[in-house]
Design a binder for this molecule. Structure first.
Ligand code: PLP
Length: 436
């Protein structure tokens, strides 16, 4: 292999040193290794046109099932108007600086108050991105002598937050309350030695498979164990609960969640996020969240846009109703046709099929080119070998006609998968996409 500009190996103490970039030239990582076959099509695809149920992919019309615009706000005319007016008034720079220094405004405070009220907490604090925000929240909540216990299937942002922790951490089996109890037992014994406390972390909705976190049972465990509970409700906020306040509201345990997190990247169709908790906890986090203390404040156009979106979440229940009409039509239609949609309890709709990665590629290509259906595809190592996961996100912009077309397409591709069509053509597709 030709390695560019590589530094000469140096030997000292009999250890052969390498150029830092050598591993990068050699190997692009578990997903990156598929780049030559997949990039631009299966990964980093370019969806064009206005964000909606129907967009264009490589010049062809497709029904899009891979955008987390649950309530259809991304391209709603009222939202677009407010976004445009805010951008015209403030540009994209204002306010400059971090919240603590020069990036704080009345409207940031107003949005925080309205968010706190919406999710039934005393106070809230804005985060300029969900990912860094929750990572930093975990970092701020725990000290070296504290112990974290978290679901093994947690989102990357939780895993990365836990990575920052200098103390002990335990994972429990996905949504397995017995396993959580066992780990809480271990964590309690350890905390009694370190003199620290325990933080339990779950998602409100697990975004890949759609199951809700078992928040009710976890909160119930507070009677037996002493811990605080952080919930990442990225997919539950705006979609679950009577008022849309999320998985905690849906399960009637919002009070038992000590720190509630949601992003604006899904139901709110924007950028930014927030945490909500008791006033004293937010007052502490405000002064200790490194991702907010040392990074630029959420821009004003996003704050004003979020105020508008939140008002629509509060006043337009028909958006959530339409979303659920589509979710129910899609999920019950798939089940009626014998598809395995796992154990979803949310809008996230996974369809599990059996096949290899090349077969999965042939199948998705067929879906896009010949049936005009665009959905995300997930394969090993994210899910077990031999499984193909087609992940669909219904939104309020979809129609029942979209659902019907999609169900028919899914029945057709399943027949072709079962009769070996994709096995035969996958070799040709791989070759055409540059496989040697
Ligand atoms: C469960 C979960 N948590 C956190 C995030 C990160 O949010 P953001 O996109 O605002 O960084 C995401 C992705 O958007 C997510 O799915």
């Amino acid at each position: 292999m030709l390695i560019k500009n590589i530094a000469q190996p140096t030997t000292r103490n009999e250890i052969c040193m390498k150029d830092l970039f050598e591993k990068i030239y050699r190997d692009k990582g578990p997903l990156g290794k598929w780049a030559s076959q997949a990039e631009g099509y299966f990964v980093f695809p370019k969806l064009e046109g206005e964000i909606s149920n129907r967009m264009k992919f490589q010049g062809k019309d497709v029904i899009t099932w891979s955008i987390n615009d649950y309530l259809g706000l991304a391209n709603h005319p009222e939202v677009r108007k407010v976004d445009a007016e805010a951008a015209a008034k403030y540009g994209s720079a204002y306010p400059m600086g971090a919240r603590m220094m020069s990036g704080h405004t009345e409207l940031h405070e107003q949005l925080q108050q309205e968010l706190a009220q919406f999710v039934n907490k005393e106070a809230a604090y804005l985060l300029n991105f969900g990912y860094q925000g929750i990572l930093s929240t975990i970092d701020a909540l725990v000290a070296k002598d504290d112990i974290i216990v978290y679901d093994v299937d947690a989102h990357a942002c939780i895993i990365d937050g836990v990575r920052l922790h200098m103390g002990k951490r335990f994972t429990y089996k996905h949504n397995d309350i017995d396993s959580l109890e066992k780990n809480l037992d271990r964590a309690t014994k350890m905390a009694e030695q370190t003199g620290g406390g325990i933080l339990v972390i779950s998602e409100g909705v697990f975004g890949m498979r759609g199951e809700q976190g078992r928040l009710k049972e976890i909160v119930e465990l507070k009677k037996k164990f002493n811990f605080r509970f952080l919930v990442d409700d990225a997919h539950g906020f705006g979609t679950l609960g009577k008022t849309g306040a999320g998985a905690g509201e849906e399960q009637g345990v919002q009070d038992g969640i000590d720190v509630y997190f949601a992003t604006f990247a899904k139901s709110m169709a924007s950028t930014g996020a927030f945490i909500a908790a008791d006033q004293e906890i937010i007052d502490y986090l405000k002064y200790n969240l490194r991702s907010q203390m040392f990074a630029k404040s959420l821009q004003m156009q996003l704050v004003i846009g979020a105020l508008k979106r939140l008002e629509m979440l509060r006043t337009m229940p028909e958006l959530k109703e339409k979303l659920w009409e589509n979710v129910n039509a899609l999920q019950s239609g798939l089940k009626d046709r014998g598809f395995d949609i796992g154990t979803t309890q949310s809008c996230v709709t996974p369809v599990y099929l059996k096949g290899s990665i090349p077969e999965a590629m042939a199948l998705v290509k067929d879906l896009r080119e010949n049936y005009g259906i665009f959905c995300s595809i997930v394969v090993y190592p994210v899910i077990p070998k031999g499984l193909i996961l087609l992940r669909m996100i219904p939104t309020a912009t979809h129609t029942l006609e979209d659902v019907q077309i999609t169900l028919d397409a899914f029945s057709a591709i399943r027949d072709r998968l079962n009769n070996g069509t994709y096995r035969k053509i996958s070799a040709a597709i791989m070759a055409a996409m540059g496989d040697k």
